[in-house]
Ligand binder design. Structure first.
Ligand SMILES: *Cc1c(COP(=O)(O)O)cnc(C)c1O
Length: 359
């Protein structure tokens, strides 16, 4: 399928001075670039009106389906500035494929992989001055909403796909600080047959109360257990989880009800490349506690695009606190993190062909 993007540069670009001020301290998700990419879909026209234009509000009818029945999916990936001034995307094809699968599960129109990647690349090209240097990056947020004007419950006949971009600083200044996590006993994230494996906004809406409970318990993040036995560790609100054992092996919860993270997949491959055994297997919260106490478990860490790898220093639940690796970042988590980040920034070889050079 060929769609030509109409490139319409903004007539009111941010001044160099203002952009520099924003890039000096971008934080996460509050600073945005000048443009957005948009592609529309309707049942009769298919995908059409592909364009890159000035970032602006969408005209949205109050009866647009997304506002009522939450037909919405999204992605998250980053553009990295290399030392030679070039720009890398990390596995955008994997994001495009996951987006395609998410659309299928949510009964939405499926955007061809090539159009997804083109939209992301065109936006990165026009807004490349917004990519921070150093350990910063440009966070890209492709998403799709149902915008048919109809209150009946059915898959929408119209969609808007868009990509917006937000410069972000290094997630952690001076290396990642270990996070504390709260084991949610009151709430679950996903059940078999549900949408746990899909990157949809609704999953996040349903996780916010549990995350608020974690904060109230003095923790950084919530960790969810499976919905049937309430025993097996699934994932954090927005990150996958890994365990590192004394014999050098790793384990991570199997796919199904968890989100198939691209960072998760990349870590599995890097660890196996290094000769480590990696098991995708169910691991219970009781086993986690027992293994932490016996010393069999050495490290635990969370992973996702935004923070790459966050060591888990403490697990808190109604039955008390468990420290992991004495509450400190462990060498396996930190080693994998460096390996991954070096590939993303083009500082080390890319044996799996994960990097796409944005020309
Ligand atoms: C996006 C996401 C992740 C991490 O996926 P990456 O592709 O590694 O960024 C993990 N869990 C949830 C619920 C997510 O939405």
């Amino acid at each position: 399928m060929t769609l030509t993007f109409d490139i319409k540069p903004t007539t009111s670009p941010t001044s160099d001075q203002e952009r520099a001020a924003k890039l000096a301290n971008p934080g996460f998700g509050r600073v945005f670039t000048d443009h957005m990419a948009v592609v529309q879909y309707s049942q009769d026209k298919g995908w059409h009106s592909a364009r890159v234009e000035s970032r602006a509000n969408f005209p949205l009818d109050p009866a647009a389906a997304v506002l009522h029945y939450a037909q919405e999916i999204f992605e998250g990936l980053k553009a990295y500035k290399r030392d030679d001034g070039g720009v890398n995307l990390f596995r955008p094809d994997a994001n495009a494929k996951r987006f395609w699968n998410s659309a299928e599960r949510m009964a939405m129109a499926q955007l061809p992989e090539s159009v997804f990647i083109e939209a992301v690349e065109q936006l990165v090209r026009i807004d490349r001055a917004w990519i921070p240097g150093g350990e910063g990056s440009l966070y890209l947020r492709p998403f799709m909403i149902a915008n048919e004007v109809f209150l009946g419950v059915k898959p929408s006949a119209e969609y808007i796909f868009a990509v917006i971009a937000s410069p972000v600083g290094s997630y952690f200044k001076g290396g990642p600080a270990p996070v504390s996590i709260w084991v949610s006993e009151n709430y679950t994230r996903a059940a078999v047959g549900g949408t746990g494996g899909v990157k949809c906004g609704g999953n996040y809406a349903a996780s916010l109360k549990a995350q608020a409970e974690a904060i109230a318990q003095g923790c950084d993040q919530v960790v969810f257990l499976d919905a049937i036995e309430r025993r097996y560790v699934e994932e954090l609100g927005g990150m996958n989880v890994f365990f590192v054992f004394a014999d050098g092996s790793l384990s991570t919860p199997p796919l199904g009800t968890i989100l198939p993270g691209i960072t998760r997949d990349s870590i599995i491959k890097l660890a196996r490349d290094a000769g480590r055994e990696v098991r995708e297997e169910a691991y219970s919260i009781d086993q986690w506690r027992a293994d932490a106490a016996s010393g069999k478990l050495r490290e635990a860490f969370a992973c996702g695009t935004a923070a790459v790898i966050s060591p888990i220093g403490k697990v808190r639940s109604t039955s008390g606190d468990v420290l992991i690796n004495g509450g400190d970042a462990g060498p396996v988590a930190m080693g994998l993190r460096k390996q991954l980040v070096d590939i993303q920034y083009g500082r080390s070889p890319d044996p799996h062909n994960w990097i796409r050079d944005v020309k």
